[in-house]
Ligand binder design. Structure first.
Ligand code: BES
Ligand code: ZN
Ligand code: ZN
Length: 499
């Protein structure tokens, strides 16, 4: 499907149908041409939210806020997908800014259209080809800048392509999406986008003392891979490190998951896949931010050589970790990846402004915030605030899970420096973050933020513009976060300034 902006009135654009958004309040119906017929259908009062009359597809919206525009465009596109229609046109619905509001319609259409069908032998191909967005706004006179809008739509395409490509890779089952396959894909993407890519295997991890990462991977047939991607624009305004949990499968290990909990665990690589697509999108958008992305790719399996509850592992920074549950494996992989990137940057004399990890880390986060929301944790409230700002702009849901001084004692160990599992059944998302905190150096504490995406990463019942399956969560928020930095640079609070 293509989306094109046309700086001309609706009636001069040729298309199979017109899509019309109608807000719930009656006062807004003055411009609805088929008002009478729609009233007879009970469209304004009843629960139905789409109606097709006289080559016009009416979609009922709660408001003209951006998220509602995205949802409306998604509804329209899904309706069109089920028809033989090829083209549609829609007016501009601008309440705040022409670029942002027009982009919202394009985003909703592109994100709503995706479905995972590449492994079905019979693919129901859609006939739909083209959505035209007209500059007409039904009577309201709006001074739109065509060049700006075309630019915004190009950005929208890069970002939505990144989300859909992330969804496709996360949806790819674990027999295909192995650490090696993802590393090769990363290398190809890097080559195409002008990103540097290094791939490290078992020998490197052993030589560099990454005992936690290695232990998780040991019972797998597939070699673990640490992928290190670097995007360096000419004049970066800030430097961001992204670290993604990339469990291509999480069976739980010897602390085996019950069968019902194991399905969907192909999505345990969502953090790494997000990081890959964010750096790719940033490079394609030519953002002025230096990005270092680390993907920790491996599989958590069972076998005679599997790591065990009671084992004590040694991480890259020398800390010893008592294993109480092999299903708390993501934090072990991340621990070594966090050490890796901090050591690497230090050796190169690069001071990061932000260190962001992304992980499907805990079921506890889903209990705390629900399945739609990403948990945001970290020491610096201004850094978290910047994530909230970017999320609000993208339409992704985030919630703060605050640290406190009582929680760290729950991951103390009698036998080692730290335990991989909390001694309490409560607060598991935060204690997991506090475990990661043990692997953040003193100088980086204020720069670090942890995003737990266990809830929204995989959608079992389609919601919003997310189809069944992987959501590509955080690709939009973090690309927006980097876009904001590209415009303004890093805030002084991420540099440890408390003023
Ligand atoms: N990958 C899971 C977390 C998860 C749960 C992701 C549900 C998506 C949906 C993680 O590795 C895990 O199993 N965590 C355990 C930790 C516990 C053993 C301390 C959990 O949350 O139960
Ligand atoms: Zn697990
Ligand atoms: Zn996991």
């Amino acid at each position: 499907m293509k989306i094109e902006f046309k700086n001309q009135p609706l009636n001069t654009i040729e298309a199979d149908i017109e899509v019309v958004f109608v807000i719930k309040e009656k006062e807004s119906h003055y411009f609805v041409k088929d008002s009478e017929a729609l009233t007879k259908l009970g469209f304004f009062e009843e629960s139905g939210d789409t109606a097709f009359i006289n080559d016009r597809l009416y979609i009922k919206l709660d408001s003209l806020e951006r998220e509602d525009l995205r949802l409306g465009a998604c509804k329209a596109i899904r309706w069109l997908k089920g028809t033989k229609l090829k083209t549609a046109k829609i007016a501009s619905y601008i309440t705040t800014c022409d670029r942002g509001d027009t982009r919202a319609i394009a985003d909703g259409a592109m994100l709503g259209l995706y479905e995972f069908k590449s492994l079905k032998s019979k693919k129901a191909d859609t006939a739909f080809e083209m959505l035209y967005i007209s500059s007409e706004a039904y009577g309201a006179t709006i001074d739109t800048d065509e060049k700006d809008i075309v630019e915004a739509l190009a950005k929208s395409k890069i970002i939505c392509d990144a989300v859909n490509s992330a969804r496709e890779l996360v949806n790819t089952p674990p027999d295909r999406a192995t650490p090696d396959m993802i590393a090769s894909l990363a290398s190809q993407k890097a080559k195409d986008a002008g990103i540097e890519c290094k791939i490290y295997g078992e020998d490197y991890l052993t030589e560099h003392g990454m005992g936690a990462f290695l232990a998780v991977s040991r019972a797998s047939e597939h070699e673990p891979k640490l992928v290190y991607l670097t995007y360096k624009p000419k004049e970066p305004k800030a430097t961001v490190a992204l670290i993604g949990k990339g469990l291509t499968y999480d069976s739980g290990g010897l602390s085996l998951k019950p069968a019902d909990y194991m399905t969907t665990m192909k999505a345990d690589k969502s953090g790494a896949v997000a990081a890959l697509h964010i750096i790719e999108a940033a490079a394609k958008l030519k953002l002025e931010v230096e990005i270092h992305a680390v993907l920790g790719l491996c599989e958590n399996m069972i076998g005679g050589n599997a790591y065990k509850p009671d084992d004590i592992l040694v991480a890259k920074n020398g800390k010893t970790i008592e294993i109480k549950n092999t299903d708390a494996e993501g934090r072990l992989v991340l621990a070594d990846c966090l050490c890796f990137i901090q050591d690497e940057l230090k050796a190169k004399n690069i001071e990061p402004d932000y260190i962001v990890d992304i992980a499907t880390l805990t079921g506890a986060c889903v209990v705390a915030l629900g399945e739609y929301t990403t948990g945001v944790m970290g020491h610096n409230k201004d850094v978290k605030e910047e994530i909230f700002k970017a999320a609000a702009k993208s339409g992704e849901l985030v919630g703060d899970l605050p640290f406190n001084k009582h929680l760290p004692k729950l991951i103390k160990s009698e036998a080692a420096d730290i335990s991989n599992c909390s001694s309490s059944r409560y607060g598991g998302a935060i204690t997991a973050a506090l475990f990661l905190d043990e692997f953040i150096t003193k100088e980086n504490k204020e720069k670090w933020v942890h995003l737990d995406i266990a809830g929204p990463a995989y959608v079992e019942k389609s919601w919003g513009y997310n189809p069944f399956g992987a959501s590509g969560i955080m690709v939009r928020t973090l690309t927006q976060f980097i876009m904001n930095l590209s415009m303004t640079g890093a805030s002084c609070s991420s540099k440890g300034c408390k003023k």
